[in-house]
Design a protein around this ligand. Sequence first.
Ligand SMILES: Nc1ncnc2c1ncn2[C@@H]1O[C@H](COP(=O)(O)OP(=O)(O)OP(=O)(O)O)[C@@H](O)[C@H]1O
Ligand SMILES: [Mg+2]
Length: 326
Amino acid sequence: MEATASKEAKPESSGASTEVIVQTNNLSKTYRDFWGRSKVRALNSLDLEVRRGEIFGLLGPNGSGKSTTIKLLLGLLFPTSGQALVFGKEAGDVSKNEKIGYLPEESYLYKFLNAEETLDFYGRLFDMSAEQRKRRVAELISMVKLDWAKRRQLKEYSKGMTRRIGLAQALINDPELIVLDEPTTGLDPIGVREMKDLIIDLREQGKTVLMCSHLLADVQDVCDRIAILHQGELKEMGRVDQLLKVQDVTQIRANKLSREAEEEIRAVIERHGGDLVSMDNPTTTLEELFLSIVNESDERPGLSPASRAGKSSGASGSSGASDSAN
Ligand SMILES: Nc1ncnc2c1ncn2[C@@H]1O[C@H](COP(=O)(O)OP(=O)(O)OP(=O)(O)O)[C@@H](O)[C@H]1O
Ligand SMILES: [Mg+2]
């Protein structure tokens, strides 16, 4: 399998418009038991807005209300109070679902169908012609890289393969809004990177994506804006780049800086009354390192850790110094 190069997650202009696609006002959900007694307050007064063309991430620990929010938006659950609007329509109005693709947390696909039959089945549900279905099914299977397994029954699929066919199913009707509940669950690091690239591609096609995850790296890499939920309450919402910016620190990165140049930089910072926080070689992420090792191994089978050690460390191959100072 070939690891893909990671894509630019957040271009300067994400293409998001101000048109609101998803809106919740004071949305609350309390699950009740068989006797109608309040059991779990899963969501409390949520106010959210997702705009056309953005990738919006719902982030929160297990049980924080992410899946509940998604199910309320799809009309699969009724709110206890408050309102959810999608494309300006009440969430309970199922006609809006024609423009929505949904990848649920748990797969619900028929285990005895193969990938082609599965997608063809969903194409029929959307009244697509035989010709349209044939073209779309082939396109989606190739997009999620399942060509080699398209005739195998889904009961033989691994978790990662099941996630991929789930995404293809969610896209069958070429939806405007794609709702993904934990899209990277069960995927290996290559699959995670590919899934993230597919999500970014969707934004490039002008789609709006609402995804939820408790995996911080996934959300950081692809989302334009996020909302953080905890115990059913909204704790933070904003642009990922703004939320993560360390305001008081300036970072300078350079390639092959000499010792003298480093000394001069230190002196300049001191002269300006700054406080040098760090000046060292940057580390890469484990994801980048893993992908670069798999790529190299694909290109040169038999490469050992010893032969790698002679090469410069770091996935990007850069050996520059990083300087951080205020
Ligand atoms: N059908 C249900 N009946 C009763 N309580 C439920 C039901 N579904 C969810 N809950 C409760 O609602 C709360 C929120 O659950 P939800 O599935 O929305 O969380 P989540 O953020 O998606 O979590 P995870 O990361 O584990 O998927 C939890 O306390 C959960 O136990
Ligand atoms: Mg969930």
